[in-house]
Every structure is written in structure tokens, then in C-alpha cells.
Design a binder for this molecule. Structure first.
Ligand code: SF4
Ligand code: MG
Length: 329
């Protein structure tokens, strides 16, 4: 079966200019050759420290940001080279839920108008038919239809994110990109919103590209997980496999950095040295070599590509070259 979304060698570079002549002084490698596939009804979690390019992947896949190169196939159709006009029919199939439900809702519009707006923009429903559809969407996300007349400030943070989710659902999307959708919410509310997202997917069978830095949240909602470091996917596997058997030194450090007793406390220091290097002119070879305790000479010059390390498990690390369990299988 063909995947719903197939991203191949996605690259997003930005020029950095400086000086009076505004000459290019560097290149931000925000996304540096990312490939993955996402099946129908599947959730792929995308994790990594802030600044690793997760959000840029999300926005580029949706063509909210223009890719520098690479293919973005939706249902087998490459949408990367499409003009804005040619892209329009695909917009309906792809929606995004942002991190901050406070910033992404127009404070002057009623919740009902916000949720119904995409229906108007795409000319799908008006008048009573639209109101009916919006009421139905409110119920789907656990809000009451009589709340349609209220304004965003009259809702709690969790309810506001439900409004954003209802808006994303309004056009019957096939793919919903969630960019840290619960990071701005109280911990007590996070699980409710995550469980709503899981429940909606079971009923409507769309796919999620789910971005988060919180491994506990990703572990709960994802079927597969991809770990990003400095614009690249360094490991991707089935969720259980990744958490039980992480192969990339960065993934191992990420997992070890979440203390069992307090999953909110982050301590990357025991296993990783120093900060994330700048994505402007990132380290050569394996971009993780400046912080990796296993770094060898070749890591500084040769870039490891994703290679099979088990069934559906891929790792980009020279330690997995010729010595992995899957080799010779
Ligand atoms: Fe470490 Fe080398 Fe593997 Fe990169 S390729 S993670 S530097 S061992
Ligand atoms: Mg982000």
C-alpha cells in the first residue's frame, strides 16, 4: 500500500547575510536531507531538541515554507513543485495545529466563526448547513454547540486547543501536522487533548505528523518515532523498538536524559557534551560528532546515511556500519 505522505531528501537552507554589502556569510541548514513515509491512519512522532528543524519540516511539508529541494508526495503526487494555484486542492487534505492556541485564534471572531471559516474559504458550506457542520465539529472535539457564540478569551487553554483541532478537522483532512500541540498547556490538560487526538484518529483514520520535544507525549501518541538532530533524521523506528533499543548515541542520550521520577526535568549533560551547535554551517561528517562520546575519525568527515538496523529500524551512525545486528541478514 502506498503511503499517504512520502518525503524524500527534503532540504531547506536559508542564506545568512552580513556586512554592508549584505554578502552571504553562511547557510542555515534548517532541514538537511530528510526522508520519511507516513501511512494512512498512522502517527509519526518527530522529536529532537529545539532548533533541530522539526517545525521547519512541518511547515515545509505543508508548503507554508518553500523547500529548497526534495520531493513531498501526497498520495503519490509530488506537491513540492506545484504553484500556489495548483496546490490549492491539496490544501484541504493537509492541516496544522500549532503550539500556541492563544496566538493562533483571532480574538475578534467567535469560536463558531473560527471553526467555520475554512468551510467559507473553500466554498463548501454556508448558512444553516455551515452552522450544522460547525456544531457537529464542536461535539467531535468535546465542546458544546452553544459555545459557538463565545469568543476565544472565554475559553480555557485546553478548550482553545480543541477549537484549533475542530478548525483543522473542518475540511476532512487526510494529514494533520501537530506542532507541539500540548506544550503550552497545563500538564493536567495535556493528556486530555492527546487522548482526544488519538480518539479522533481512530474514528476518522487520518494521519498525524506529531512534533514534540516531550518524549512521554510522543511515546503515548506515536506509532513510529523519528529523532532529528541538526536538520537530519538520525534514527527512525517503531515506537516500542526505538524506546527499548535505541541505536543512535543521540537517541540514547535523549532517552537517558528523562529521569523516571520527574519526566519534566531535562538533563542532557550526563551523556552529551555541550550545546547543540549552530545550524549555520553545521559540523561536517556526522553533525553529532562534536558531542558524541563514541566519535571516530571518519565521523568528522564522512556523513553517515540512514541504514537498516533492524526491521523498520534505521540509524544514521558509523557504529551501525558493518557491525549492526541486521548486517548480512
Ligand atoms: Fe557518534 Fe560517529 Fe555515530 Fe555520529 S557517526 S553518532 S559521531 S559514532
Ligand atoms: Mg518548533
Amino acid at each position: 500500500q502506498r503511503p499517504l505522505l512520502e518525503v524524500t531528501d527534503l532540504v531547506k537552507h536559508y542564506a545568512v547575510r552580513g556586512g554592508v554589502l549584505r554578502r552571504q556569510i553562511g547557510t542555515v541548514h534548517a532541514v538537511d536531507g530528510v526522508s520519511f513515509a507516513l501511512g494512512t491512519g498512522e502517527t509519526l512522532g518527530l522529536v529532537g531538541e529545539s532548533g533541530c528543524g522539526k517545525s521547519t519540516v512541518a511547515r515545509t511539508v505543508l508548503r507554508l515554507v518553500e523547500p529548497t529541494s526534495g520531493a513531498i508526495k501526497l498520495d503519490g503526487e509530488d506537491i513540492a513543485p506545484l504553484s500556489k494555484t495548483a496546490l490549492r486542492p491539496y490544501r484541504r487534505s493537509m492541516q496544522i495545529v500549532f503550539q500556541d492556541p492563544f496566538a493562533s485564534l483571532n480574538p475578534r471572531m467567535t469560536a463558531g466563526d473560527i471553526v467555520g471559516e475554512p468551510l467559507t474559504v473553500h466554498g463548501l458550506a454556508t448558512g444553516a448547513k455551515k452552522q450544522e457542520r460547525v456544531a457537529e465539529l464542536f461535539q467531535q472535539v468535546g465542546l458544546r454547540p452553544d459555545q459557538m457564540k463565545n469568543f476565544p478569551h472565554q475559553f480555557s487553554g485546553g478548550q482553545r486547543q480543541r477549537i484549533c483541532i475542530a478548525r483543522a478537522l473542518s475540511l476532512g483532512p487526510r494529514l494533520i501536522v501537530c506542532d507541539e500541540p500540548v506544550s503550552a498547556l497545563d500538564v493536567s490538560i495535556q493528556a486530555q487533548v492527546i487522548n482526544l487526538l488519538i480518539d479522533l484518529q481512530r474514528k476518522q483514520n487520518f494521519s498525524y505528523l506529531f512534533i514534540a520535544h516531550d518524549l512521554a507525549v510522543v511515546a503515548h501518541i506515536s506509532h513510529r518515532v523519528a529523532v532529528m538532530y541538526l536538520g537530519r533524521i538520525v534514527e527512525i523506528a517503531d515506537k516500542r523498538e526505538l524506546f527499548a533499543n535505541p541505536r543512535h548515541p543521540y537517541t540514547q542520550a535523549l532517552l537517558a536524559s528523562v529521569p523516571i521520577a520527574d519526566p519534566k526535568a531535562k538533563r542532557l549533560t550526563p551523556l552529551i557534551d555541550g550545546d547543540v551547535p549552530s545550524p549555520i554551517n553545521p559540523p561536517s561528517g556526522c553533525a553529532f560528532h562534536t558531542r558524541c562520546r563514541y566519535a571516530m575519525d571518519r565521523c568528522k568527515t564522512e556523513r553517515p546515511m540512514l541504514k537498516e538496523a533492524g526491521v523498520g529500524h534505521q540509524v544514521a551512525c558509523w557504529l551501525n556500519d558493518g557491525t549492526g545486528r541486521s548486517e548480512g541478514a
